[in-house]
Design a protein. Structure first.
Length: 341
């Protein structure tokens, strides 16, 4: 038997053992698929199969599925809207949890003086009619922004074009148009590395530009279950017109189609797109992956791009910008899984 065949047999046996150990437990929690192709679940439209793919429908199922997967010893990945992620062509080993926990509620804003929760500095002083919005971590950020604007609440209308979920927004401190989640975040509920639920004030997330305590490993193993944000009372028509203005601005500047949003973070005092453009890479193409002609900090899947093509473009942009300007571009897109070589 060749080494390749031996490896394939070992993989099949490992998957069978994992299935025997996990599938029954996970199916008691939420719907499960095996071998689900992840290109169906990413904004890039790229990615190989997941060994086990679990679709959770609320925060309780999310916590239970994570706990079961961790107990099995298998790696676990939480998948939100599939943005800001590049899945390898060989897929992901272990358990992928598709987070469809989407419950929300809006209540009058009240800060318990005995709690450690405080209003964000950018929010200003609380006024009559202000509210706290509780949202499970699978709620799409953009959808929540639009719904709140329709209901006459202001504070996150700038997020109406952000493709991720509220959980991802916490991890990456998602932002746009000089605003970010830190401006409105009150608290989060997480499942910690010991599988205990913890209610944490926003300050403990230490949100920074496209970063958080979770992303930096200071809250290692924490999974966001739900989020609380503060919003102010506004005028629905005015807010919806503002969203329409931002939609038009975004469509005029950013490519449509399959992409994962901004590829690189903006370095201090500059813009990643300008550096990539100045390095002569606007429109650069490898396979069916292309640095956008419209906005070179976006990589587009023109139809059948592979993860290796996208990764190669990312590395080339980093190399050329480093060589020409001495600046190291830091990725916003996370590379996960296997098949990048």
């Amino acid at each position: 038997m060749t080494l390749v065949m031996q490896d394939a047999v070992r993989e099949r046996k490992r998957a069978e053992v994992m299935d025997n150990r996990l599938i029954e437990q996970l199916r008691a929690i939420a719907p499960v698929k095996t071998g689900e192709v992840l290109s169906r679940h990413t904004t890039f439209g790229i990615g190989g199969p997941a060994d086990v793919f679990v679709t959770v429908r609320n925060a309780d199922e999310l916590a239970r599925a994570v706990t079961a997967a961790r107990a099995s010893g298998e790696p676990v990945l939480i998948l939100g809207a599939g943005s800001n992620i590049l899945v390898g062509d060989a897929g992901i080993r272990g358990v992928v949890i598709d987070n469809q926990a989407k419950a929300t509620r809006v209540e009058p804003l009240h800060i318990d003086p005995k709690s450690r929760v405080t209003l964000p500095t950018a929010f200003g002083k609380a006024r009559e009619g202000d509210a706290v919005v509780w949202a499970e971590s699978g709620v799409p950020f953009a959808s929540l922004a639009r719904q709140l604007a329709r209901d006459g609440y202001s504070g996150i209308e700038w997020a109406a074009g952000i493709p991720g979920t509220m959980g991802g927004a916490v991890v990456y401190n998602a932002g746009a148009y000089e605003r970010c989640l830190a401006d409105v975040l009150l608290a989060v509920t997480v499942l910690d590395r010991k599988n205990a639920e913890r209610y944490l004030p926003a300050a403990e997330m230490k949100l920074a530009y496209r970063s958080s305590a979770i992303l930096r490993g200071e809250c290692a193993g924490c999974v966001v279950l739900s989020v609380e944000i503060a919003v102010t009372k506004g005028v629905s028509g005015t807010l919806m017109r503002r969203i329409a203005e931002l939609d038009a601005r975004r469509l005029s500047a950013q490519p449509r189609g399959r992409n994962s949003g901004s590829t690189f973070k903006n370095p201090a005092g500059d813009n990643a797109w300008r550096l990539i453009d100045a390095a002569g890479l606007r429109g650069r193409r490898i396979g069916d992956a292309r640095l956008s002609e419209k906005h070179p900090n976006f990589i587009e899947n023109l139809g059948s791009a592979k993860a290796v093509d996208v990764a190669a473009l990312m590395h080339e942009a980093q190399r050329r910008v480093k060589e020409q300007f001495g600046i190291e571009l830091e990725t916003e897109v996370e590379l996960v899984g296997e098949g990048f070589a």
